[in-house]
Design a protein around this ligand. Structure first.
Ligand SMILES: *[C@@H]1O[C@H](CO)[C@@H](O)[C@H](O)[C@H]1NC(C)=O
Length: 461
């Protein structure tokens, strides 16, 4: 009896909150589309050229890194029978440090990075670094531009295994993808803002300008992690330009879907198909996972510059902090393994490549500031997630992704949800972890978007 009363009162609360919510979405907030994020004195001499760029790990940088790794203290041994539950296992860390110092072939990895053309161009005062891959296509095959957006602690490196699959010419398709893969501002070789306020909404504006500068007035967008947030804002701010949006993380700060998710704690089948119920329920486990894993998040959303000092000052610290995420976020059960299960899906070279894009440009502090520029009152007040976008959208969710939203709740934000696919494998870094499955899903999505546009004759893309 008590349980029924309890359930009914929860229901009453949820329903009353629901009906108190405004029924129409808020208007687009006022934004400064020309904000200047660079030094003031450069404003009058802006150079809008697009310059070739090459990644370089020069001898001085490599020597300094090796010296600093050598000077590391002895780390306390891990507790008995402990894997990664307390953080990066120090015994395993030693093998990674050894590899980075002795076996990682800097010259070879540099060449690996530079196998695709890199560029830099200044937008709103920021030097934006990007990789651009344009495949050669025979007559009758159309080039379709796609902006690929990474997140934290990822980089353009996450997409390297997928690049040849995405740009391949195939008899099954009348198109091939042209890829534009930028580093987010403050990440990798893209310069950071010099003043506060550059959050994901503002980054969306920067990337719209990047695509326009490259001559693309219409294009597709793909993103994971922060890339999915920035990409989602692109669809909201520029629905005429973005022809379709593909994301491998569905994270929305929206009230109604969140209320429904809570309601589902009592009636899961009301919210989610039974076969996917374990992706959110029991809700207590879903939220305790966030408590266990999101300490970094709170830190970066409040004091990024302080933790940044430690990470910039210690390459072994940076390694532990970043590579640890590739253990738990690929599959939480990996936390119980002494080696973190990291090499089940990745090689050391792959993850050290990604790490080098934080180490070499010294971008760790500025990368973490994105959390602070998102989770504050000013940004919440212009929450774009509550504004639906007409852009056709396709969401793919890996089995072990940290968050999950069922398709019908995604439709609050993306009423033109073309498809929501579920993988039986794969975690947070989908393009990096499962390049084949990721690429196939993205190509399927673009095929579906193009079919849709052909039927409505809305675009030639
Ligand atoms: C949605 O995805 C599923 C699974 O990949 C596929 O079978 C189906 O054809 C897709 N739907 C559309 C409209 O492309």
């Amino acid at each position: 009896m008590a349980k029924v009363v309890f359930l009914l009162s929860i229901l009453a609360v949820v329903l009353s909150v629901y009906f108190l919510l405004p029924s129409s979405p808020p208007p687009l907030p006022k934004l400064d589309y020309e904000a200047w994020w660079g030094p003031e004195n450069l404003k009058t001499k802006q150079d809008t050229s697009i310059e070739p760029f090459k990644i370089k790990f020069d001898n001085a940088l490599v020597k300094e890194l090796r010296d600093r790794l050598k000077l590391r203290p002895t780390f306390p041994p891990p507790l008995q029978d402990v894997g990664f539950e307390y953080g990066f296992n120090s015994k395993t860390l030693e093998t990674w440090i050894q590899y980075w110092a002795k076996d990682y072939n800097f010259a070879e990895r540099e060449a690996f990075f530079n196998q695709y053309p890199h560029f830099k161009t200044n937008i709103q005062g920021l030097d934006i670094h990007f990789v651009r891959v344009t495949p050669q296509v025979p007559k009758g095959v159309q080039l379709v531009p796609v902006l690929l957006l990474h997140g934290w602690p990822g980089s353009v490196r996450e997409f390297y295994e997928a690049i040849p699959l995405l740009t391949a010419v195939s008899n099954d398709r009348d198109f091939a993808l042209e890829l534009i893969i930028p580093s987010l501002p403050g990440y990798g070789y893209s310069s950071p803002a010099v003043r506060p306020g550059l959050g994901p909404t503002e980054m969306a504006i920067v990337f719209q300008k990047l695509m326009n500068r490259l001559g693309f007035k219409k294009y597709y967008v793909q993103g994971g992690d922060w890339g999915s947030v920035v990409g989602s804002h692109l669809t909201t701010l520029f629905p005429e330009e973005v022809q379709g949006f593909h994301a491998n993380m569905a994270f929305l700060l929206t009230l109604k879907p969140t209320l429904y998710t809570w309601l589902g704690a009592f009636f899961p089948s009301f919210v989610v198909e039974e076969k996917y119920a374990d992706r959110i329920y029991p809700l207590s486990e879903y939220y305790s996972k966030f408590l266990e894993e999101f300490g970094y998040f709170h830190l970066q959303a409040t004091k990024p510059d302080t933790i940044g000092v430690a990470l910039l000052d210690s390459p072994s610290g940076l390694l532990a902090y970043i590579v640890e995420k590739f253990s738990a976020w690929t599959n939480l059960v990996h936390r119980r393994k002494v080696d973190g299960g990291i090499e089940i899906k990745f090689t050391k070279d792959q993850l050290l490549d990604n790490l080098m894009l934080y180490y070499a440009p010294k971008s760790i502090t500025t990368s973490m500031r994105l959390y602070s520029e998102t989770f504050n009152k000013k940004i919440f007040s212009k929450n774009l997630d509550e504004i639906p976008t007409p852009v056709p959208t396709w969401i793919v969710q890996g089995k072990h992704e940290l968050c999950y939203l069922p398709p019908w709740l995604l439709k609050y934000k993306y009423p033109n949800l073309v498809n929501a696919t579920h993988l039986d494998d794969g975690g947070h870094f989908l393009a990096f972890e499962l390049p084949k499955e990721f690429s196939q899903d993205l190509l399927d999505a673009i095929t579906a978007f193009r079919k849709l546009h052909k039927n409505t004759k809305k675009t030639e893309l």
